[in-house]
Ligand binder design. Sequence first.
Ligand SMILES: *[C@@H]1O[C@H](CO)[C@@H](O)[C@H](O)[C@H]1NC(C)=O
Length: 505
Amino acid sequence: MAFLLFLLCLILVIFTVTTMGVPNIPSLDPVNRFLKGQTDVSKIVSSDFQEFFYDQTLDHFNYRPESYTTFQQRYYINYKWWGGASNNAPIFAYLGAESPIDDALWSIGFLPENAPRFNALLVYMEHRFYGQSNPVGSMEAPNMVDAMEKSLENPDTRGYFNSAQALADYAELLLYLKNQLQAHNSPIIVIGGSYGGMLASWFRLKYPHIALGALASSAPILYFENLTPPDGYYSVVTQDFKEASQNCYTTIKQSWDVIDQLATTPSGLAYLSQKFQTCSPLSNADELKNYLKSVYSNAAQYDAPPNYPTARICQGIDGASDATDILDRIFAGVVAYMPGMSCYVTSPEVVSPSESVSQTSIGWEWQTCSELLIPLGITSEDSMFQSLPYDANVFIDNCVRSFGVGPRPHWVTTYYGGQDIKLILSKFGSNIIFSNGLRDPYSIGGVLENISENIVAIKTTEGSHCLDILSSGEADPEWLVKQRKDEANIIDRWFAEYYRNFRLL
Ligand SMILES: *[C@@H]1O[C@H](CO)[C@@H](O)[C@H](O)[C@H]1NC(C)=O
């Protein structure tokens, strides 16, 4: 089962590494099976979540004729624990990110697990263009992957595919729901992970009259422009492996040149293909090296208990250290992480041709090539990876090749800020929790220090990507249980203050 979880994560990381994007939270079928033994969340999904569609405004910021057309935005509501409008009982709103919303219903346990304590209504909203919320729609395309492709081919349609429009969707939909429910004084907490975590924190800053607070899990809002060194991500991966084992780190660091050397000749490539049991013959060194890089990055990003993939890889590598060949040791690490595969070194589409995976990879490429440009590179001497400095021009050229148009690298910091965040937000903002696990390489672009009494960083040294908002399990370590509890207690204090103010007015 852990292997299935790994597969899922690998897929997502391959995308993120190749597109230089932000990683997703685990959210595909394999995790479903993985979690089934641990939680009852899957049962909750089937019985208590109701599906709805909202006639969403295509363009919130223009009044040209095509702007006021609408599309169907999908969302789910769970009334099971709600204390009702007459009690001004709160609303937890999960902000969908770069995938269909379906998997969040069972994988994001923070909402249903805390709903009974707060008598909260749960709302899960799908991000525009993903899942069934694509303006091109299923009427015009045979399936949602085709819809995603179609909507990106068309410059008119894809122009509406950005974070500001998505936030405005959530604002409009939440106000509509409050109105429908007559729940005008029910406070809303927005919750999201990774890119969705960025959206949650930005939503609180842009729409404070709609959201009382935000839980932004593993949100690298500072990984834009020059706010975080491009080397940050891979320096954390390196650190994670060093902590697992110094010998493992050294072995990986030395392996790249060996691969390069062998790959210079056809017989060397054939040897590498055989050594790594590749699914198809390697045609160059990069195929293998990019694969290994994504395996290591994935392990670090999702370095979660109880299996701790970095430790597993290193046990494989160190355990084989009597072998004379360094490549045998590297391969032993890969196999220790995902044993029993029929072949290795394969593309994510082959590993999982699922609709959800494809939509994420296609849609996310557009998002990172238009506004969410995250500079990633490798420069540190100490890195266990080969040097590969971030080159903005190369990145931009790739985007132009894919879409015929380049990104706006300054827009995120122009529109949402990020510069001098402590100075700016300490007096301006409030009620945001930035949660991170420091083994997650993206945590280096997150908010890791308390900004004020009400904009707080809740971090764990042993945690990884989005762990705190995922469904809890029996085997969860004490520090993770505590992190989740701390977050719920902070939200409790926000509510207490809100209801106090409400009574006074
Ligand atoms: C921020 O403040 C909270 C208390 O509100 C505390 O639990 C947390 O550890 C602090 N975070 C950091 C990074 O100091």
